[in-house]
Write a protein that binds this ligand. Structure first.
Ligand SMILES: Nc1nc2c(c(=O)[nH]1)N[C@H]1C(S)=C(S)[C@@H](COP(=O)(O)OP(=O)(O)OC[C@H]3O[C@@H](n4cnc5c(=O)[nH]c(N)nc54)[C@H](O)[C@@H]3O)O[C@H]1N2
Ligand SMILES: Nc1nc2c(c(=O)[nH]1)N[C@H]1C(S)=C(S)[C@@H](COP(=O)(O)OP(=O)(O)OC[C@H]3O[C@@H](n4cnc5c(=O)[nH]c(N)nc54)[C@H](O)[C@@H]3O)O[C@H]1N2
Ligand code: SF4
Ligand SMILES: [Mo]
Length: 713
């Protein structure tokens, strides 16, 4: 015992220095906070991660947060600008890199016009960086073509929220109200794997007697907590909600007073629901009538209720309308704007909320202002100190930008914070397009699959180095302070944008000395807009912790629960519309007999560029996989744990089979976290939702065959 103690002491004594970094997880929208301790022990660093309490995740961390530092400290971090010379990347100085950018950008602008340069952003960036990227595209590059990866993420829920409520803020209520809700619908959301630290809110609700309904074609760690699991056919949510509405109307479970005082569009909706046939709904959605009835009656009768949707419902070619139908359900039952009643679009990326508010989107200016609205244009032009006529017009969505790249309408692309060759649908097409570019610049921490194709890679800072604000899924703005200096010659995204702007002769519009300067301009730019950050300052964030938007003045506390008295439209009313049954754009047939749906696993994040470089996370899932029902596997002679060729009209991938009866027999599932031959987007369908331009990532038609056919003939 004594010996052991001495040994332990001497080990402890070896700690030469200790640095404590207070930071925030770079991954999902919960933005859990943590303390990262670096201990120096004889020329070696040891890292310890401790959760730090905050009102959102209450001091919880998931496995990704515990290991996030592993990628930030990884030896593969890009530390210097890298220029491609004769097919090989060579290290160059910043001045050389900037000189090349100036030369190429000016050449493209001269030969092909200002709109020939495209900008492609991301929702992992801070509010300051995202805001500046929008301003950079419009002022420094004078292009209309900017969009970002959030198009693939939040665009359906955002467009529905804006149209129905007049505002799009992920959660309309505080998370702390979840345990108080009597009935909760979790539609196409896998919170247990994607926002794991929120699960205790739902577990608590269950303990309090709440009835939980999950809607998902697969059984997941989330559906397992549900009292009722509706195993919907992929892409059939809108129709399923029509079934739920039918029962609600038939059983008289609507809230006439709420409908009358707070909503419009009821008569049209009622007329439409009268035409719905429940048996037909059961047939097309694959959900038995008895389950539809049980779900609708329980939700309709509950004293309070919440609906959460995520990408399962939204990443569809009718994602906008599918969300609208869920909101119809919430509105006819009067379950919003009260304690324990409301809606949540479960936001995805770390700054998926803030990243969609301040001008990275093709049609948008800061504060959720619209680029084709003359008043909004005039306001932002004034804040930016430019003539309104010099502000470009509306561009196109992310995938449509890739089509323009293909058509060589866009000949130069600037990518910051995304890995589009892995995350776009129909990725082979995207990759082919990028090869045609005259100049591709990628700003990243790593040589991602997209960066690999670049002419120039600019090294950027990680969450440990860059300071800035992030807006979490609740609409709570938080400040993440920098914990360490940039390694090598790495610069922050905002610094890179300012330096390029200066070189292009637009320096006067980009003279900031720190992120706080940018935030103070963002506050002004968002002032009076829907997403009003004016009352939020770094000082308040440091003192008060997070603050909800809208926060229009310095003494405003920020709004936790929205819509208590009125909605954000000028008439104060929420809008309902009839939503027709929708079928996925691509249907199964003899050649491609299975539905493919795609999504996530706990240990990896998006295209995996970061998490595949974290040894502890990579070890949990070393490769992609195909979830397939044993009966289906038998039919196609696929054995468990064997390599499978999965093919659609657009291409093929190879993944290892995982037989499980937790998935529908007509559906297979592949996660999205791997590139190259395992990149599921090589086979997904590029069809877009006509309103929000969200791709239908969650359904396409495929065939599955063993890679090696072992049958003896
Ligand atoms: N571990 C981890 N966490 C993450 C991320 C990550 O990559 N990894 N990414 C973050 C980001 S950016 C996002 S957007 C979120 C995504 O969070 P989620 O949307 O919750 O995640 P997904 O796995 O894409 O899809 C959710 C569920 O939808 C189901 N689904 C598929 N098709 C349908 C359908 O037609 N209807 C219904 N009702 N359900 C369907 C899938 O089976 C899946 O269980 O997660 C965030 N958190
Ligand atoms: N099949 C299928 N496809 C999907 C989805 C799906 O469910 N199914 N989901 C879609 C969704 S919801 C999303 S959000 C997209 C995400 O798609 P992507 O944006 O391609 O995903 P990431 O892997 O986050 O790529 C971010 C890249 O930026 C880098 N990066 C991280 N932080 C920063 C930063 O602060 N600055 C800079 N400059 N770079 C940074 C990372 O190293 C990484 O290379 O994928 C979409 N694609
Ligand atoms: S990935 Fe999300 S839930 Fe996990 S620690 Fe990070 S922010 Fe929290
Ligand atoms: Mo996302």
């Amino acid at each position: 015992m004594n010996n052991l103690l001495t040994h332990f002491r001497s080990k402890q004594l070896q700690v030469e220095s200790e640095i404590v970094m207070n930071t925030q997880c770079p991954f999902c929208s919960v933005q859990c906070t943590m303390e990262l301790i670096e201990q120096r022990i004889v020329e070696r660093s040891k890292y310890i991660v401790n959760p730090r309490p905050n009102p959102t995740s209450e001091g919880r961390l998931c496995v990704k947060g515990m290991n996030a530092h592993q990628h930030a400290l990884h030896s593969e971090r890009v530390l210097y600008p890298m220029l491609k010379v004769d097919g090989q990347f060579v290290r160059v100085s910043w001045s050389k890199a900037l000189e090349v950018i100036k030369e190429k950008f000016t050449e493209i602008q001269r030969e092909d016009g200002f709109d020939a340069l495209g900008v492609y952003g991301g929702g992992s960036m801070t509010n300051e960086d995202a805001y500046l990227l929008g301003k950079f595209a419009r002022i420094a590059l004078r292009t209309r073509y900017i969009d970002y990866n959030g198009r693939f993420c939040m665009s359906a829920a955002a467009s529905a929220g804006n149209k129905v409520f007049g505002i799009d803020r992920g959660l309309t209520n505080r998370l702390s109200e979840i345990p108080l809700s009597r009935c909760i619908i979790l539609a196409g959301t896998n919170i247990a794997e994607c926002q794991p630290t929120l699960m205790p809110y739902f577990n608590q609700a269950k303990e309090n007697g709440s009835f939980i309904i999950a809607i998902d074609p697969r059984e997941t760690a989330t559906t397992k907590i549900a009292d009722l699991h509706l195993r919907v056919k992929p892409g059939m949510d809108a129709a399923l909600v029509n079934g739920l509405l039918k029962v609600i109307f038939d059983e008289g479970l609507i809230d006439p007073k709420f409908i009358d005082e707070r909503t419009k569009g009821f008569d049209e909706l009622k007329e439409h629901i009268a035409t719905i046939n429940l048996k037909e709904i059961a047939e097309i959605t694959g959900v038995p009538v008895r389950q539809i009835k049980k779900a609708a009656i329980t939700f309709g009768k509950a004293a309070s209720g919440m609906i959460f949707t995520a990408r399962g419902v939204e990443q569809q070619t009718n994602g906008y309308l599918a969300v609208r139908n869920f909101l119809n359900l919430l509105l006819v039952t009067g379950k919003i704007g009260k304690e324990g009643s409301g809606y949540g679009a479960v936001t995805g990326q770390g700054n998926g909320q803030g990243g969609r508010e301040h001008g990275q989107k093709a049609d948008q200016l800061p504060g959720y202002r619209m680029i084709d609205n003359p008043e909004h244009r005039a306001y932002i032009a004034k804040v930016w100190g430019i003539n309104e006529q010099d502000l470009p017009g509306k561009g196109v969505s992310a995938y449509e930008m890739m089509e323009k790249v293909h058509q060589q309408e866009i000949t130069g692309l600037f990518v910051m914070g995304s890995n589009p060759v892995v995350s776009n649908p129909n990725a082979n097409f995207v990759e082919e397009g990028l090869k045609k570019l005259k100049f591709l610049v990628v700003v990243d921490m790593f040589i991602s699959e997209t960066a690999r194709m670049a002419d120039l890679i600019l090294p950027t800072s990680s969450y440990l180095e860059n300071e800035g604000t992030m807006t979490n899924l609740e609409g709570r703005v938080t400040l993440r302070q920098a914990s360490r200096d940039c390694p090598g010659e790495v610069k922050h995204d905002w610094q890179i944008l300012c330096e390029i702007a200066l070189l292009l002769g637009k320096g006067e519009y980009f003279s900031y000395s720190c992120p706080e300067d940018i935030f103070n301009e963002l506050r002004l730019a968002s002032r009076g807009g829907i997403a009003d950050y004016y009352g939020i300052t770094y000082e308040r964030l440091k003192k008060e912790g997070g603050l909800y938007w809208p926060c229009p003045s310095l003494d405003h506390p920020g709004e936790g629960r929205l819509f208590e008295k009125s909605f954000a439209h000028p008439d104060g009313k929420a809008e309902m519309i009839p939503v027709h049954n929708h079928f996925p754009e691509e249907q199964v047939n003899e050649d491609f007999p299975l539905y493919l749906t795609t999504g996530r696993v706990m240990a990896h994040y998006l295209t995996g560029v970061q998490t595949r470089r974290s040894p502890s996370l990579a070890a949990r899932d070393v490769e992609s996989f195909l979830e397939i029902h044993p009966e289906t596997a038998k039919k196609y002679k696929i054995e468990n744990n064997s390599l499978v060729k999965l093919e659609s009209k657009r291409g093929s991938i190879v993944v290892r089979s995982k037989l499980t009866s937790e998935i529908r027999e007509d559906t297979v599932f592949v996660p999205m976290h791997w590139g190259d031959s395992q990149s599921v987007n090589k086979i997904t369908n590029q069809a877009l939702d006509p309103t929000c331009k969200m791709p239908g990532f969650k359904v396409c038609a495929v065939k599955a065959n063993p890679l090696v056919d072992l049958t003896v003939t």
